[in-house]
Design a protein. Structure first.
Length: 441
């Protein structure tokens, strides 16, 4: 069994899909306070992906969840553990790694967050995102000391006292010897984390190849990029995974809750290519008159979908930023940034459920980890069967809802180029490039 432990839903999905597309039967289990004890029931899978939803938790709570999960699993010595981490290094990464190493009695965590297909690479133990040091990007959690907040040992030591080693790109040709020396010399010492630089898939493949030589002693930690290399290297599954995704001409519902700048570009590109009804969420109305706003938005959405119009629901990130909407709401209602985000995601979840319950929806696109989780929880969906990858790092899963099959695409808010949403929809609708130009340009 391969166990993947991820801290949010989109991350769990984009990592698990690397195995599903290589013919592993891959199940995704979303943790909540009621179901931790039932995780081990997923015994028929080759790969079990566990979404812990600990990214936004405080460190102590995250550690407790990881302990509960590890204690509930029956992990054999030959089983492989992959700790999925955010490619922009958000969350309780070091704390969760420390708990996993202790509870599984592993010696090393081999860590590389690089995801070259999404322009995330690691050089000199510094994380670069879209050709910028992490600390200078919009993904940084701390805008002070940007160089320090791009340096992985510095970020890891904020949460853990584990010793940290580093292997750089200049040593990549000798990586096997270095790994062998470091790992074999640590048999009776405390667990350690080894950061290994990687700037392309070739480097990631070398990390997997050499790391698996010490399979019983290590835990891998990385993004979907490292998981993809692991899945291609292993290729041990003998299953023939049935594709459960059913194409449909029914309207598509996109719930785009992420407020990353790239999403605005993706929505603009999509609307210039394919006719889409749109519902722009007024954030202030969510907090001032939620019940009336929910009723208004639900009726508008159902009218669009029942008239066979595709619909995208989103917030206008550019307008909100220019008008300082977040700040105004927090000041007016005396709430903190995380309380603001929770209020928004909860509204998206409730609205989505009220729409899906009353319209014939087969294809659902969810953008942003918070939004994806909120919608799935409102629909009471805790199990997803990962099927295939529609674009790099963007999977389609199948869930059962009210006795029907529901195709769910999950996309991290910061993933993709400006044409990403368009290409996702094009696959659902089987629209080729020529048709798109003739009909819509």
């Amino acid at each position: 069994m391969i166990y993947i432990i991820a801290d949010d839903l989109t991350g769990a999905s984009d990592t698990g899909i690397q195995f599903a597309k290589n013919n592993y039967k891959t199940s995704l289990f979303i943790i909540n306070k009621h179901n931790i004890d039932s995780i081990q029931q997923e015994k028929n899978a080759d790969v079990l992906v566990i979404d812990t939803e600990t990214r936004e938790m405080d460190e102590k709570s995250a550690r407790n969840i990881i302990r509960d999960i590890c204690n509930s699993l029956v992990i054999q010595e030959e089983d492989l553990i992959f700790k999925k981490i955010d490619s922009t290094f958000r969350g309780n990464i070091a704390a969760e790694i420390e708990e996993i190493l202790e509870l599984t009695q592993k010696n090393w965590c081999i860590l590389s967050p690089s995801f070259p297909a999404q322009n995330r690479i690691t050089v000199g133990a510094y994380l670069l995102v879209q050709n910028k040091l992490l600390g200078y990007s919009e993904y940084s959690q701390n805008t002070s000391q940007p160089e320090k907040n791009s340096y992985l040992p510095y970020l890891l030591k904020k949460q853990s006292r584990l010793p940290i080693e580093h292997i750089g790109l200049t040593d990549i040709s000798e990586e096997r010897n270095l790994l062998a020396q470091k790992i074999t010399s640590n048999d009776k010492k405390q667990p350690q984390i080894m950061i290994i630089d990687s700037a392309d898939d070739f480097h990631l493949q070398k990390i997997i190849t050499y790391g698996l030589s010490f399979k019983k002693k290590i835990v891998f930690a990385g993004s979907a990029g490292l998981a993809n290399c692991l899945a291609r290297y292993q290729k041990q599954s003998k299953n023939t995974v049935k594709d459960l995704v059913k194409s449909s001409n029914k309207p598509i519902l996109i719930v785009a809750g992420s407020r990353r700048s790239i999403l605005s570009d993706q929505i603009k590109f999509l609307k210039n290519k394919i006719p889409f009804a749109e519902l722009i969420i007024d954030l202030e109305k969510i907090f001032s008159s939620q019940e009336n706003t929910l009723h208004e938005y639900k009726n508008f959405s159902l009218n669009c979908l029942l008239n066979k119009q595709d619909l995208i629901i989103y917030t206008d990130a550019t307008y909100n930023k220019n008008q300082s909407i977040d700040t105004k709401i927090m000041q007016k209602y005396n709430i903190k940034p995380r309380e603001l985000e929770i209020g928004i995601k909860n509204f998206f979840g409730i609205l989505s459920k009220s729409i899906i319950d009353n319209a014939s929806i087969s294809n659902l696109v969810l953008t942003g980890g918070d939004i994806a989780l909120s919608v799935c929880r409102e629909l009471n969906i805790s199990n997803l069967e990962l099927m295939k990858e529609v674009l790099p790092g963007i999977p389609v899963s199948v869930a059962r809802y009210q006795g029907n099959s529901l195709n769910i695409i999950t996309k991290a808010g910061g993933f993709g180029e400006e044409d990403t949403l368009y290409n996702i929809i094009k696959q659902f609708k089987n629209i080729n490039n020529t048709e798109g130009k003739n009909n819509h340009e």
